[in-house]
Structures are given as structure tokens and as C-alpha cells.
Design a protein around this ligand. Structure first.
Ligand SMILES: [Zn+2]
Ligand SMILES: [Zn+2]
Length: 184
């Protein structure tokens, strides 16, 4: 399908909002129609080059939306579910997840590649090239395809704007830095 996303093609250039081609969800993946996304300073680090990431990349590592299609093998989500997209995947059964340390989930080892967790390829394409995703989600888009381990369900009576921040980088990183590390 065709959708729209903000793509960074080169360090030092602006985000390019353009039409991209999106493949259907593969094994374990879901198609999400995004309703809200947050912008974090880390997104800007890609533009300035302060954080190096494989390019071209669809930005955005926090967001919320609705599942509109599920791929084969998806067990935890159905069409119509409202989901937060998490910058850190949580599988629920690796050693770290089993010990209550889901922030260290084994899935996290691949997020820096910008490629799909399931098979290391891309579902997002533009100008004849494969696009990487920020933290395996790429929320600066109208639609994205992600692994179900990157999704957290939430009650649909919470607004998408609030949901996109509350379990994503905006609150988790900021609150954790201030309260856990800074002792505020
Ligand atoms: Zn895990
Ligand atoms: Zn962030």
C-alpha cells in the first residue's frame, strides 16, 4: 500500500514528508494506522548527526494507533485494537523478560539496525530504496508495519495523544531520568 512518512535521507537535511510504499505485515507483524506520535530530542540527533543511524530512516520512536491488519502468527492483537508503539520491544519470554527486566529484552539487540525484528528486512520503501525504522517502529508516518512485540495494548478511552507519550520515550525516559537517576 501507499502511505506517507517523514524520511531522513542524509544527515544535515530536513525530514522529507513523502509518499512511501509499505509491504503487508509478515509473520508476527501488524499494520498500524497511527493517530498520534511524539517528537523527542533523539529524533533531532539523527538530523544533526549526534546519533548515528543507518539511513534512509523513517523517524519517530513513540506513537499510538489502531491495528488495521495482522500478519500470520500474530497471537496477541486483533484488527481494531488500540496500541502504543514502544521504542523497546518486549517479547515476554526471553531470560530478561522472564526476570521482570523487560527493558533488557533480547529483541532490543536489533533495534539499532532499523530493520524488522522478524527477518531483518524492510517493509518500508521509497525512491527504489529500503527504508530503516527508528527503534523498529518509525512513528512519523500515517501507517507503519511493526512486530507485535513492539506493541502495547491500551484502553480506547485514553486519547491517542496521551497514549503515545505515556508508555513511550516521552514519559519513561524523562520520568526515569529525573526520579530514578537525578533523584528529583
Ligand atoms: Zn524479551
Ligand atoms: Zn526519545
Amino acid at each position: 500500500m501507499k502511505t506517507t512518512a517523514a524520511v531522513l535521507w542524509e544527515v544535515g537535511t530536513p525530514w522529507s514528508v513523502e509518499e512511501i510504499e509499505l509491504d503487508p505485515p509478515a509473520y508476527g507483524e501488524v499494520l498500524v494506522e497511527l493517530r498520534a506520535a511524539g517528537m523527542c530530542h533523539t529524533d533531532d540527533h539523527f538530523v544533526t548527526g549526534d546519533m548515528v543511524w543507518p539511513l534512509p530512516v523513517v523517524g519517530g520512536h513513540e506513537g499510538a494507533g489502531v491495528v488495521t491488519e495482522i500478519g500470520p502468527g500474530v497471537t496477541r492483537f486483533a484488527v481494531g485494537d488500540t496500541v502504543i508503539l514502544n521504542f523497546m520491544p518486549i517479547c515476554g519470554h526471553c531470560p530478561s523478560c522472564s526476570n521482570g527486566r523487560s527493558r533488557l529484552c533480547d529483541r532490543g539487540a536489533v533495534i539499532g539496525s532499523g530493520l524488522q525484528i522478524s527477518d531483518g528486512t524492510s517493509r518500508h520503501h521509497a525512491r527504489g530504496e529500503d527504508l530503516r525504522l527508528m527503534c523498529c517502529i518509525g512513528t512519523f508516518a500515517r501507517h507503519t508495519v511493526v512486530h507485535e512485540d513492539s506493541c502495547i495494548p491500551f484502553d480506547s478511552d485514553i486519547s491517542f495523544e496521551v497514549a503515545s507519550l505515556m508508555m513511550s520515550c516521552g514519559v519513561v525516559t524523562g520520568w526515569g531520568s529525573a526520579v530514578r537517576t537525578g533523584g528529583v
